[in-house]
Design a protein around this ligand. Structure first.
Ligand SMILES: [Zn+2]
Length: 314
């Protein structure tokens, strides 16, 4: 009962809920400023967010969720609802959808298999996952009953949970997704994992920061071929890079918890990471097999800061 809450998270009240027929009582959709729809999975501990970004001609999907249920029918529904001239002309909006991963953790890649191709950083861990998927064993604790807000959702068999292989298309730093009147830049930001990337929307100044900037637990402890490799120095360098690459940054949309995070989070997290890296922050030993991740290091420590924490290898 560590995370369970009887009430919906308060932050949902800030956003307009979208009713859909393909939500399967699992996904929830909200309208965000700047022609973006957030799709979330509030009934699993990860509370992961997926973003659907619309331009005049194309849409971009950032991540595909946990794969507890397929997100594709819902995305098709949202795309076909979107009132675009292109959709009317072609009869289908969906063929103009491009799908990108911010990194290859299971909670972001679970629905990848259903889409034609996935843009992501060219990294050995990504290549391996695209080819082989991730079997049940390393993800087993994610399917514990305690990870779910209610009982297991109807139709979900926890023993069959895995990440299926998918078609991966390497994407380079600086690549622009031109959605029609809206350019979205792919920016590589190693740190949380080596393959992590963010998206920067030049039209509205929105940074899609993935798992690297939010008020929650920030993870820099990974070090294996399934979960990838974290690097705290690269993490700090990536936050610095973001500041120079996104000078007109207006808001930050993030992949866990509340969809929109305060801009101050960048410098707060950067300072905290520096303190962890140089040894001036005090951490407490953490070994959480139940809520931790595959092959977490035995030397793991948690560092508590104001509104967020950092989980590091030592
Ligand atoms: Zn992650």
């Amino acid at each position: 009962m560590k995370w369970k809450t009887p009430q919906p998270r308060e932050y949902y009240a800030k956003y307009k809920h979208i009713n859909t027929v393909n939500s399967l009582n699992w996904f929830e959709c909200y309208e965000l400023p700047g022609n973006v729809i957030a799709i979330c999975e509030p009934q699993h501990l990860q509370e992961v967010n997926v973003f659907l970004i619309f331009g005049e001609k194309k849409a971009l999907l950032l991540d595909t969720g946990m794969g507890i249920f397929s997100i594709k029918p819902l995305i098709e529904e949202l795309c076909s609802k979107y009132d675009a001239e292109t959709a009317k002309a072609s009869g289908s909006y969906f063929q103009f959808l491009q799908v990108v991963n911010c990194h290859c953790h299971f909670d972001h890649t679970g629905g990848n298999w259903a889409f034609d191709e996935i843009f992501a950083v060219d990294d050995p861990v990504v290549r391996r996952q695209a080819q082989k998927g991730v079997p049940f064993e390393p993800l087993a604790n994610q399917t514990d009953e305690d990870m779910f807000l209610y009982d297991y959702p109807a139709g979900f068999d926890p023993k069959n949970y895995c990440i299926k292989p998918y078609t991966f298309r390497p994407c380079e730093d600086g690549h622009i997704f031109d959605l029609g009147g809206r350019n979205i830049e792919f920016i590589t930001t190693p740190g949380h994992t080596n393959d992590h990337a963010m998206l920067y929307d030049h039209k509205y100044g929105i940074l899609f920061a993935g798992d690297m900037i939010y008020f929650g637990a920030i993870y820099v402890q990974f070090g294996n071929d399934i979960m990838g490799y974290s690097d705290i120095d690269k993490y700090i360098a990536s936050l610095k890079k973001i500041r120079t690459r996104c000078p007109d940054l207006k808001s930050i949309y993030v992949s866990h918890n509340d969809f929109i995070t305060d801009k101050d989070a960048i410098s707060l997290i950067e300072n905290a990471l520096r303190q962890v890296a140089d040894g001036s922050a005090e951490g407490t030993p953490l070994q959480d097999e139940k809520y931790g991740y595959y092959m977490d290091p035995p030397t793991m420590r948690q560092y508590i800061f104001d509104g967020f924490s950092i989980v590091a290898g030592k």
